[in-house]
Design a protein around this ligand. Structure first.
Ligand SMILES: NC(=O)c1ccc[n+]([C@@H]2O[C@H](COP(=O)([O-])OP(=O)(O)OC[C@H]3O[C@@H](n4cnc5c(N)ncnc54)[C@H](O)[C@@H]3O)[C@@H](O)[C@H]2O)c1
Ligand SMILES: [Fe+2]
Length: 381
């Protein structure tokens, strides 16, 4: 049997981070956490209040604030050294996908040895690794509930993934107040990443009826609450809904996977250094159009979630075009994503790389050069 939808992390939503973090540490009797964070978030008043609370409770934490976006191997290995030297017993990751991914890597290396790059292909993890408390500050990657972590090989300029169900977070604390400081552009790109996760896991050939139900809800939450999070960033209800949607998205892609939107996002994004969510969102209209030919019922359901009025007698091709147009309206007019300024011919020249990207095989149709070329032709449009 191919059982899916395992969920091993204990998840809570908190409006009192200091109290709930301390309680979480006490639940597992953790006394010496590594605080893994970036230098910007270390200035956050919510974070500082929590660190004061830990100090007062005699929790003797160690701070590692050197994590940078798209973390390289060296940052993970250095963090693991610090963890081991200080004999830490847990790791509190406060940040976006980059901090949480790097922290999962630190946890793996600290417990299982070696260096993080050895886990990309050769080294396997055969025992549950506890101790990771993930506190996301963006609402996008879903890294807090994901079994993947992405690290960068700076020499080869390549982003590589380590996958392990044994290394998922032990606890996830969702604190909407931490997302309030996200600027508009970051809120849009990370929010569109959530939509892409749900749209792709929903239509991937790994999807299941249970994954589908979760994805429908995620897309509904993004459609309803991302505009408020973007235009009224102080609205805590909208921030909370997006945080929950993002976390569920991480869970959904553990089980349903992503497909062409992310394959294109990875290849084009890495080449032109685009924000991950933007790189995927520029590809989605073309992916929606092609997916409508294989999965018309699901694409019609996405159109319903986007509150489009879709006549019953549309051909699959027309349906794809209408839903792609509706998504574009949401992305560009309602949210205000910045226009894509890339040269079309250069983007189309990446066709072969996209065809061979590892997630492309999850698409619900055969991924040919012709199909990918046509999607890249419309990239950003
Ligand atoms: N593990 C997974 O399954 C998975 C999935 C997709 C992407 N990723 C990886 O996640 C990373 C991207 O993560 P991300 O999109 O969350 O961004 P990020 O973690 O790279 O952070 C981007 C920037 O936003 C800032 N930031 C974070 N929270 C903030 C806040 N509340 N207010 C103001 N600024 C804030 C950070 O300081 C940083 O400068 C990439 O490395 C990507 O490859 C992982
Ligand atoms: Fe993503």
């Amino acid at each position: 049997m191919d059982y899916r939808l395992e969920q091993r992390a204990k998840v809570c939503v908190s409006h009192d981070f200091s109290k709930d973090l301390l309680e979480t540490l006490k639940t597992s009797n953790y006394k010496k956490p590594l605080i893994s964070i970036d230098s910007f978030l270390l200035q956050s008043p919510v974070v500082n209040k929590a660190l004061d609370t830990l100090k007062q409770a005699d929790i003797n934490y160690v701070v590692y604030d050197e994590i940078v976006p798209e973390p390289p191997f060296e940052i993970v290995n250095k963090g693991a050294k610090l963890y081991q030297e200080n004999e830490c017993d847990s790791i509190i990751a406060i940040g976006g996908g980059s901090v949480i991914d790097a922290s999962r890597g630190i946890n793996i290396v600290s417990h299982c040895g070696g260096q993080i790059q050895e886990y990309i292909e050769d080294k396997t993890i055969d025992q549950r690794i506890l101790g990771l408390i993930a506190v996301p500050t963006t609402s996008g990657t879903g890294s807090e509930l994901s079994n993947a972590l992405v690290v960068t090989d700076t020499k080869k300029q390549e982003k590589l993934a380590v996958l392990s169900d044994e290394a998922v977070s032990e606890y996830v604390i969702l604190v909407p107040e931490l997302a309030e400081s996200m600027p508009k552009g970051l809120t849009i790109s990370t929010g569109l990443d959530v939509f892409a996760h749900a749209m792709e896991a929903y239509t991937s050939n790994l999807s299941t009826p249970v994954v589908n139900a979760i994805c429908e809800k995620i897309m509904f939450l993004v459609f309803k609450y991302l505009p408020t999070a973007v235009h009224h960033g102080e609205d805590l209800d909208a921030r909370e809904r997006m945080m929950v949607a993002a976390a569920l998205g991480g869970w959904a892609i553990n089980n349903g996977g992503t497909h062409l939107g992310h394959s294109i996002g990875h290849v084009v994004g890495a080449k032109y250094h685009l924000a991950h969510g933007n790189a995927c969102a520029y590809a989605l209209p073309g992916v929606i159009e092609k997916t409508a030919l294989a999965e018309p019922k699901k694409i019609r359901e996405i159109g319903n979630i986007l509150e489009l009025s879709l006549p019953n007698d549309l051909s699959n091709e027309e349906l794809g075009k209408e839903v792609a147009k509706g998504f574009k309206h949401f992305r560009d007019e309602v949210l205000g994503l910045e226009p894509c300024k890339l040269n079309k011919e250069e983007v189309v020249s990446l066709t072969d790389q996209v065809v061979h990207e590892r997630f492309a095989a999850n698409a619900p149709f055969e991924v040919t050069h012709e199909i990918v070329g046509a999607i890249l032709e419309s990239y950003g449009g």
